[in-house]
Write a protein of this length. Sequence first.
Length: 309
Amino acid sequence: MDPIGSIKIAKDSTFAMLLAAQRRNWSLWYMELGDLFLLDGAAQARMRPLSVSDDPAGWFTLGEAERRPLAALDTVLMRKDPPFDMEYVYATYLLELAAAEGCLVVNDPRTLRDANEKVFAAHFRDCAPPLTVTRSSAVLLEFIAAHGDTVLKPLDAMGGRSIFRVRSGDPNTGVIIETLTDHGARFCMAQRFIPEITAGDRRVLMVDGAPVPYVLARIPSAEGGRGNLAAGARAEPAAINERERWIADRVGPELRARGVLFAGLDVIGDYLTEVNITSPTCIREIDRAYGTDVAGDLLACIEARLGAR
């Protein structure tokens, strides 16, 4: 995970998982990306025993570090936040070696590499809005001209970073495209703008391919327009609706087949806009509102997978 000393425990889903694991008397071992290494053909790590407490004055205690093979653990939860850069990819190579030795890695490291959170929505064309992925300014300009009101975003970021809303005739369109594509050197995504964003970008959490019965709507601020809590949106828990269940039923079997035990679907209006599998959030907000135990449900799923082995 990212440094535990800098998380906000009131809304951190990884912390919810740690609390749930500790309640089950699991042994917790803490690793950051820089703790992983490959030696003598085995994925290993510098890991520290961890205990946690739901106390903002002091939420964790770390023990002395040990160097151990990752395969010595029953399961490893990969919860490093994006950016999804080559360092992240290199980490999945090591995690894949651990998985080959019998460690259950959640989510599957091959799928973390293969299923880009933005592009993966295109696998479900009946769920996704019109979109394009390209490095070409000409293609982007054609898409903007065709759809009039468009959202442009990078493929490797999170939290609403570098998301632009562009309308036909916007004088800043050229510089926005140059910035996102690095003058044609990088791919980016354009999606048709969905006006229902005013009602929220709704996060549907998925545990082993099945939706949690409640969602978290991220309502953009009047000034912002981005449905991301990190970008100033406010959180409103709600019951899952019929369209979201239908989307979850479409996506769930593919997630399960690809070894994704925990995911977050982003739904705006009737459309699936992203499939988040790296480090989905919103557990704690939903649990507080409805008394659920989403992290506990995930760990029960992990226990069942381990038991089946």
